[in-house]
Design a binder for this molecule. Structure first.
Ligand SMILES: *[C@@H]1O[C@H](CO)[C@@H](O)[C@H](O)[C@H]1NC(C)=O
Ligand SMILES: *[C@@H]1O[C@H](CO)[C@@H](O)[C@H](O)[C@H]1NC(C)=O
Ligand SMILES: *[C@@H]1O[C@H](CO)[C@@H](O)[C@H](O)[C@H]1NC(C)=O
Ligand SMILES: *[C@@H]1O[C@H](CO)[C@@H](O)[C@H](O)[C@H]1NC(C)=O
Ligand SMILES: *[C@@H]1O[C@H](CO)[C@@H](O)[C@H](O)[C@H]1NC(C)=O
Ligand SMILES: *[C@@H]1O[C@H](CO)[C@@H](O)[C@H](O)[C@H]1NC(C)=O
Length: 812
């Protein structure tokens, strides 16, 4: 009996003695281990699998549960405090819990799982004397006379530590993404490059192309790279420093920076002395859409990281062409599908064109080339690029014409889908007819058998009929969609492109190719009829600077609005610094000015020119959309009326947005179109300044942009107000005009604010802008004495401006 208990316990891998409390768990080895060492995960269960720690206890070697499969493990070197995995022995070849780590007498170190060799140092017969885990995180196998036989720093996985020399011949490989694509860092022909591990590798970044490196006038061939304090240093063959990539402004001696190649293909710099997550926003490459598969292959990556299925591929499963079946297809079954005109692709700047000719020659070259599946053609240069596979598309930098792209499709595979669709349609029709017949029979039986039921059925259909009459009598009502149809055009609301105060916006496409933005309204406290009335009002408004309502759906609990889709998204993506926009593209002054005039015209129309005044109530950059030519269109107008006004506080907190609310929202004055004028003034200032009107990260003088702008105008330093990233002509009168108009618009006294029509006239130079009342009420200025640029104190922010900027907005 006792015997079997003991056997049982041994089988379960417990130490019988420790069970009795006599011996504590074995502590990990410190500094090094010696030959003749055999262990497995179970021996170290109490130590989290760790069996060797460095002298300074910063790093540990041990078994860890694998990321992808909790029942298997990996052997890793961990940075203990930040739980950062610095090196992995057996990535991609996971081991079971019973696998053995062996450092045997003949000097070989290996991992053995079920008598198969999973990983080894290949140092058999080299007479190793010890294996050390150094304070730097380097795992080193030492031979006679302290010779280094093997070291983990020479076999990096996806992380580089300070002092770790990354040389020609080594590479980092990212953990494969969900499409099983890995991204690599390597020194290739004297340049440090990042590339996607497609069949034919495709480069997407190189240090020689990165303008952020120092000493750009120096040329040279990179031979090795290493991290030193807050910079990444690049050396040539003779070990002399070529360039630095400085990734943090501070270089505190306590910092311990690691460079990590993430699963998305970007390198981030993490201070392991902190919590191990990226310490700042510096990345390589810097922008979201510059990595190969931020979005799925063949999907479009927009500035700021919005992914979208391309309209031309929306009917294909997974938004991508079917995989090419085989290369021996006869030529006439091969089709090239035009994907779009204004496209860009990450590998193009790093590829040499396959040929230089016209579009016909380019498509012909792809058609006749077995391994070509995608082509890019640039009309201006005639450059033709052929690829076997690609990652995601991205939009070109603003105002560049971009590339034309075609994908190869084998005709057979498409028509098969078509016939399947036809069969499906036939099936659907038959099922529908059958269901109707059955329904009719059941209804008939129901009516005959149950009078009460009959009454119910009748009253229900009566109400519906009344609704239909009501519906018919409304004029200007846009197309009415069925919910099921909207489910279909949005593929069950699978592509969310935005989230606004009223609900989420989804992308959809009609069978004729029209792309739509479909807004699913939430928190609408109204019945169907009221909804229809509002929709008919909104639907009857047509103006070039207002987003067009194309249709709606009101069915059961569902309330949806169907709008035209605008490809350049909302204004906030374009005007705010660090908003994740691609490249160094900054909207130029002409574009900004025409956007400002456009918004003003749209609002003027809502306020004065259409039947029944419409106060927008929520003017902010997120509600200004831009079409492909950067024409501004105001969205979400007329929706304020749809909100339930039962709780006016809730109404206020939901509607107005921090920083754009006119003061009357908190005083008892009525809300009017002048409240929109105030918000417009705030947006106009933001367009001019390229920054948010409230930015707590600015120094105290500049936190409230409005009061800063007033002050600068007062001092005759209007240029300080203008976005420093934007080039403009100092003699362009429109700049001063716009600043003056903005300041008139944000007057606290609403009667001082101009009407939107007046705003348009002033901007267009049809009437003069009077000198703005410079003595803006003191309450809208922070109390700071100004002059010095000091961080804001909270006592400074006790003003009404702060109230209207922060408190009022409440939870959104
Ligand atoms: C780890 O963190 C602890 C507490 O935060 C600290 O006392 C210790 O010095 C750190 N160890 C290392 C090696 O940084
Ligand atoms: C050490 O391991 C290797 C296999 O890697 C084996 O060939 C060798 O015989 C082992 N040596 C000893 C002394 O166990
Ligand atoms: C750890 O410390 C001991 C004693 O100071 C030293 O002999 C050994 O070399 C150190 N090991 C490492 C890996 O630094
Ligand atoms: C993932 O890609 C690697 C090569 O990069 C390949 O060896 C492996 O089989 C692939 N795995 C799957 C599941 O496709
Ligand atoms: C590069 O420019 C810096 C300053 O702009 C200058 O000091 C340095 O001498 C230049 N180096 C070369 C190789 O031209
Ligand atoms: C065929 O296409 C591949 C890309 O898939 C390209 O690399 C190669 O150069 C092309 N061959 C010719 C002869 O154009």
């Amino acid at each position: 009996m006792t015997w079997s208990v003991m056997i049982f316990i041994r089988d379960k891998c417990f130490c019988l003695i420790s069970l009795l409390g006599i011996c504590a768990a074995r502590p990990p080895y410190i500094g090094h281990i010696s030959p003749g060492f055999v262990t497995s995960q179970m021996d170290w269960a109490n130590q989290g699998g760790r069996f060797l720690v460095s002298n300074n206890s910063a790093f540990a070697l041990g078994f860890a549960t694998a990321q992808v499969d909790a029942s298997s493990s990996v052997l890793i070197v961990t940075h203990v405090n930040s739980s950062t995995n610095a090196w992995t022995a057996n990535r991609g070849r996971l081991i079971s819990n019973s696998a053995k780590f062996v450092f045997n007498a003949s000097g070989d170190v290996y991992l053995e799982d079920k008598s198969s060799m999973v990983w080894r140092t290949n140092t058999k017969g080299k007479k190793a004397t010890r294996m050390m885990l150094q304070d730097s995180g380097n795992l080193v196998l030492i031979g006679d006379e302290d010779k280094v036989l093997w070291q983990s720093f020479s076999h990096p996985t996806d992380t580089l530590l300070p002092g770790q020399e990354f040389k020609e011949g080594m590479r980092l490989r990212s953990f494969p993404n969900s499409n099983n694509l890995s991204l690599y860092l390597e020194i290739k022909s004297g340049d440090l490059v990042l590339y996607a591990g497609f069949q034919t590798p495709q480069t997407y970044w190189s240090i020689k192309n990165d303008v952020r490196r120092t000493n750009k006038n120096i040329t040279g061939q990179v031979h090795s790279v290493s991290l030193l304090s807050n910079s990444w240093n690049f050396y040539d063959q003779s070990e002399s420093l070529l360039w630095q990539f400085i990734f943090s402004a501070s270089s505190s001696p306590g910092d311990f920076w690691a460079a990590i190649l993430g699963q998305d293909g970007s390198i981030t710099f993490n201070n392991l002395h902190g919590n191990g997550s990226p310490a700042n926003s510096v990345r390589i490459p810097q922008h979201t859409c510059e990595v190969p598969e931020y979005c799925n292959p063949y999907s479009m990556c927009y500035f700021g990281g919005r992914c979208q299925c391309l309209p031309t591929l929306i009917s294909q499963p997974g938004c991508r062409p079917p995989p090419p079946s085989s290369c021996s297809q006869s030529n006439d079954r091969v089709d090239l599908l035009s994907v779009g005109e204004k496209l860009d692709y990450f590998a193009l700047p790093y590829s040499t064109p396959t040929l230089k000719s016209n579009l016909n020659a380019c498509t012909a070259a792809c058609r006749s080339n077995c391994s070509c599946n995608v082509l890019f053609y640039e009309r201006s240069s005639g450059n033709c690029f052929l690829f076997d596979e690609i990652g995601g598309y991205r939009s070109p930098i603003p105002r560049s014409a971009g590339f034309v792209s075609y994908v190869k499709i084998i005709r057979g595979s498409v028509s098969k889908g078509g016939s399947r669709k036809r069969k499906l349609a036939v099936l659907t029709v038959s099922i529908t007819i059958a269901s109707i017949a059955i329904l009719a029979i059941l209804t008939y039986i129901g009516i005959r058998c149950n009078h009460k039921r009959k009454k119910l059925v009748k009253s229900y259909s009566q109400e519906n009929l009344e609704d239909e009459d009501f519906f018919e009598n409304l004029s200007g009502l846009p197309t009415r969609f069925r919910y099921v149809d909207l489910c279909q055009v949005t593929k069950n609301f699978s592509t969310k492109v935005g989230q606004g105060g009223f609900g989420s916006v989804y992308l959809g496409m009609l069978p004729n190719g029209t792309v739509l933005a479909i807004k699913k309204l939430e928190a609408i406290g109204q019945g169907k009829k009221e909804f229809w009335v509002e929709v008919s009002t909104i639907g009857s408004i047509h103006h070039v600077h207002l987003v067009k309502l194309k249709g709606f759906c009101a069915e059961g609990p569902h309330r949806l609005l169907v709008y035209e889709y605008l490809p350049n998204g909302s204004l906030d993506r374009w005007i705010f610094r660090n908003s994740g926009k691609e490249g160094t593209s900054v909207l130029d002054w002409n574009t900004r000015f025409s956007i400002a005039v456009g918004i003003a015209k749209g609002l003027a129309y809502l306020h004065d020119e259409c039947e029944g005044k419409i106060v927008h109530c929520d003017i902010k950059p997120q509600n200004i959309l831009l079409d492909e030519n950067f024409v501004a269109k105001v969205s979400d107008f007329g929706l304020a009326k749809l909100m339930s006004r039962k709780d006016s506080l809730v109404y206020t907190t939901l509607r107005g947005t921090r920083g754009y609310l006119a003061p009357e929202w908190i005083t008892n004055n009525p809300i009017s179109e002048k409240s929109d004028v105030y918000s417009y003034g705030m947006v106009l200032l933001e367009i001019i300044g390229g920054r948010k009107n409230y930015d707590s990260e600015e120094c105290s003088e500049k936190v409230y942009f409005a009061s800063y702008a007033v002050k600068m105008l007062e001092q005759g330093r209007a240029n300080e107000i203008v976005d420093p990233d934007m080039e403009f002509d100092g003699n362009d009168k429109r700049v001063i005009t716009s600043i003056g108009v903005a300041i008139w618009c944000i007057q606290e006294e609403m009667f001082l604010r101009p009407s939107m029509i007046k705003v348009v006239q002033m901007l267009e130079g049809l009437c003069d802008v009077p000198e703005p009342p410079i003595s803006i009420p003191s309450s809208s200025r922070p109390k700071s004495s100004g002059g010095e640029c000091t961080p804001v104190e909270h006592s400074d922010t006790n003003s009404t401006a702060f109230l209207s900027a922060v408190h009022l907005s409440g939870p959104r």
